[in-house]
Design a protein around this ligand. Structure first.
Ligand SMILES: Cc1cc2nc3c(=O)[nH]c(=O)nc-3n(C[C@H](O)[C@H](O)[C@H](O)COP(=O)(O)O)c2cc1C
Length: 172
């Protein structure tokens, strides 16, 4: 029998200094590359949200895989104070087409969070209703990394350019 499908969300605080390349934090780009390389093999999907120095991530997939990858992620030194916000068994995935969708904090998400009482994005304070609202907004949000194509900035950095190319490959 196949394993139950679960959805886990957590909050964490970035430990790296800001270094924006091609419109995205380079550490976040690395995280996305790793996620988009690894997650399809583990049948995992979800969304990664970064804003105000905080991460909010949703992982969806078979329970053991979600637990295994969450354990690995929680040891990662690029963030600290990693706290599970919610875990639930689900019948269906929200992020079907994504091994890891990326959404930065931008205007409409900020607006949504304001309607839930958050002046500045702080994922540790999210209640279940706001988590659900944020996730549904993330489903519909446009991933700028997927849409932009190859970034114009820092073309000289071959390694980074190669990462970008991989980053744009959406899971089929
Ligand atoms: C905020 C954050 C989210 C991450 N999300 C994922 C993820 O969804 N999948 C994944 O494989 N690694 C993720 N990582 C990276 C892992 O912690 C780890 O560095 C990576 O999986 C190692 O990949 P490797 O075993 O292929 O070297 C994340 C790291 C951070 C800081």
């Amino acid at each position: 029998m196949s394993q139950p499908l679960v959805r886990l969300t957590y909050a964490s605080t970035a430990t790296f200094q800001s270094d924006i390349k091609g419109g995205i934090e380079s550490e976040v780009a690395r995280v996305l590359l790793e996620s988009r390389r690894n997650n399809p093999k583990a049948n995992l999907g979800g969304v990664l949200h970064f804003g105000n120095g905080y991460f909010f991530q949703c992982l969806e997939g078979p329970r053991d895989q979600v637990n295994r990858v969450y354990q690995k992620i929680s040891q990662d030194t690029r963030h600290r104070n990693v706290q599970v916000l919610s875990t639930q068994s689900v019948d269906q995935r929200l992020f079907n087409d994504w091994s890891m969708k990326y959404l930065p904090l931008e205007e409409n998400l900020s607006r949504l969070l304001k309607t839930h009482g958050q002046k500045a994005f702080d994922p540790y304070g999210l209640d279940d209703t706001t988590i659900d609202a944020l996730l549904y907004a993330c489903v519909n949000g446009v991933d700028p990394v997927a849409e932009l194509g190859q970034p114009s900035a820092d073309q000289s950095d071959n390694a980074l350019t190669a990462w970008w190319k991989k980053l744009f490959q959406r899971r089929k």
